[in-house]
Design a protein around this ligand. Structure first.
Ligand code: ADP
Ligand code: MG
Length: 595
């Protein structure tokens, strides 16, 4: 399958909820690697139960020995041994089960987080990061209880249940039929209750996701929220989500309690019915009293496994609601798994870029952003993109990085459609500085090494110097190891931009994309970086979205964009006289016009 088929499969035919495999299958998929540990844990629990059952027998022997004045040493030793074994096996069994459950959670977290990192940008555009985060943290946690309580409960409770039913059948088949009839009625009631638990759990978890989304939105922009005096309203939104989760969880609790009670009630009813029917059968001489008593005793034995199984089923509803949310995230379109591609070696040839009749929109229900964009950029040199805000300049860069795919037309790098490139190989050729110069939490060094983890100190020192960050680094007591805060809030806007440029340069890209990368620099730094970029453009292809006339005049060619079209391509001298839009932009000195 080529990359392009992958892409079609990912974008187009994402399976709908009806074609999705059932939740239990996904759950079993997470449990499968740990099935032996789980079975061992369940077995240990069963054996613990069995040793518990042996105790009364040994106690009986002990009392007999005492009555007959026989030595009780062996019986005492036996009892102590049993008690110790019971405690040890019980502890071990519960440890093994819990450990397995944690491993299941770990497996789900690993799988989901790896998948989320591979999500297509178009999919991420439509989701709330806070909600996705809740799926990795909170929903996966719910798998823990499902694994231990639900699966093990179903296993051990089910086994005991079957064994008891077999014994009941051996005692009297008619009474077993009566018991079954009562249990079936209760089953019908449970059939109504159980989906409600599922629905309420699902809504409770959705509300947790909504809470995560609101919190992420608020904490991610706390300065703006405070400056807008919007704390109260954001607080209300978080509280509303928390209360919704509470409401739905309480609803789930109500139905869970009803399910437990239904099971209890069914057993009481079975007891009374068996007593009545059995009494009649005793009266007609079909069975003797002993059989009836034995059967009634078995009904008592049935209680605990039935409660266990019903508990397992109700617990599973919460788990399957969580699994459904995990599955939903796993159905978002993702990129094919990344192979690690080496960064270009020093002296690698510069890349060429060509857009041919590219039509693109961000989603099917959104207007077109590119209406047939065509241009070519030869290897080497600097090409500037200018045009009013919203013309589609940033979108050009997103398409080159293949964050999105065009609807029609081709985007080619080195003459090859980007859809045919191995993604990691394509991206490793490119250094991209986004419009808002994102910096990640961590140290300056972490940020520099993000795109080229193998860079050495000398290379780092070089880019720090060329981006004029050396003054800053020298000033900071911890130098490159200074932490920059969430999204680099401890840096100034200009410092963030220089850090982002340094990070891109450290990759020694064959194609450098700078999106308004120097917009926040002072004149001195801007001039210095302009020289740096001009220097880089001698050995690399550089595409800049420019806002300053000075950058644009230095470019080898200028692509003028307006409203999703390329209106002119040429040098500054050609365009000033040849293109009215460019002439106007140039006259106002702000070529990317009021970004
Ligand atoms: P420019 O960089 O030239 O100012 P952009 O390429 O960023 O313009 O945006 C072009 C148009 O696409 C704008 O109208 C903008 O609203 C829209 N747009 C940009 N990014 C997205 C997105 N992720 N989802 C939907 N629409 C978008
Ligand atoms: Mg832009």
């Amino acid at each position: 399958m080529t990359d392009r088929d992958d892409r079609r499969a990912a974008d187009g035919a994402a399976p709908g909820p009806d074609t999705a495999p059932p939740a239990w299958r996904l759950l079993l998929g997470y449990v499968r690697p740990h099935r032996w540990a789980l079975a061992a844990g369940a077995l240990l629990s069963l054996v613990t139960g069995a040793t518990g059952l042996l105790l009364p027998l040994v106690a009986r022997g002990l009392i007999g020995d005492l009555a007959h004045h026989r030595p009780v040493t062996w019986a005492l030793l036996g009892m102590s041994g049993l008690v110790l074994a019971n405690a040890a096996l019980g502890g071990l069994g519960s440890y093994v089960l819990r450990r397995t459950a944690e491993s299941v959670v770990l497996g789900a977290r690993r799988a989901l987080s790896s998948y989320l990192l591979r999500l297509r940008i178009s999919a991420v555009d439509r989701t709330e990061p806070g909600d996705l985060m809740a799926r990795v943290t909170s929903d996966t946690t719910l798998l823990r209880e499902v694994t231990t309580d639900s699966l093990v409960g179903l296993g051990t409770g089910g086994l005991t249940l079957v064994a008891t039913v077999v014994m009941m059948g051996l005692v009297d088949v008619v009474l077993l039929g009566v018991t079954f009839a009562v249990i079936l009625c209760a089953g019908a009631v449970l059939g109504v209750i159980v989906p409600r638990i599922n629905r309420a759990s699902r809504q409770a978890q959705d509300a947790v996701g909504a809470m995560g989304a609101v919190l992420e939105r608020t904490l991610g922009a706390l300065r703006t929220v405070k400056a807008s005096g919007a704390e109260r309203r954001e607080e209300e939104a978080v509280h509303a989500a928390a209360e919704e989760s509470w409401r739905q969880s309480v609803r789930a609790a109500r139905w869970t309690a009803a399910a437990g009670n239904t099971a209890g009630l069914a057993m009481q009813l079975a007891f009374i019915t068996v007593l009545a029917v059995g009494g009649a059968r005793v009266a007609t001489g079909s069975i003797d009293v002993g059989t009836l008593v034995a059967f009634l005793l078995y009904i008592f034995y049935l209680m605990s496994p039935i409660q266990q199984v019903v508990g397992a089923v109700t617990q599973y509803q919460t788990g399957s609601a969580a699994v459904a949310r995990i599955q939903e995230a796993l159905r978002l379109p993702a990129e094919p798994p990344l192979r690690s591609a080496p960064l270009p070696s020093p002296g690698a040839r510069p890349a060429s870029v060509a857009f041919k009749e590219v039509r693109f929109r961000y989603a099917d229900d959104l207007p077109y952003v590119h209406h047939g964009v065509t241009f070519t950029v030869p290897p080497q040199g600097m090409t500037a993109f200018v045009g009013p805000s919203g013309a589609g300049k940033t979108t050009v860069f997103s398409l080159i990085e293949r964050f999105y795919d065009p609807e029609s037309g081709t985007v080619a790098v080195d003459g090859r459609d980007v859809a045919e490139w191995e993604l990691s190989e394509l991206r490793s050729s490119i250094g991209y500085v986004e419009q808002d110069a994102p910096v990640l939490s961590g140290s300056l060094r972490d940020n520099l090494l993000l795109g080229s983890p193998e860079a050495d100190e000398a290379e780092m020192a070089r880019v720090v110097r060329t981006t004029r960050l050396d003054g800053l680094v020298a000033r900071l007591p911890q130098g490159l190891d200074t932490l920059v805060g969430h999204r680099g809030t401890r840096l100034s806007g200009g410092e963030r931009q220089r850090l982002a440029i340094a990070r891109a340069l450290l990759r020694r890209p064959r194609l450098l994309l700078l999106d308004e990368a120097t917009s926040q620099l002072d004149a001195v730094n801007e001039a210095a970086l302009r020289d740096t970029v001009a220097e880089v453009a001698r050995s690399t292809t550089v595409l800049v979205v420019a806002h300053r006339l000075s950058t644009v005049t230095a470019a080898d060619r200028i692509v003028v964009m307006d409203a999703g079209r390329v209106c002119a391509v040429g040098t500054h001298r050609e365009l000033v006289t040849g293109d009215s839009l460019y002439a106007e932009l140039a006259a106002t000195q702000f070529l990317a016009a009021v970004e």
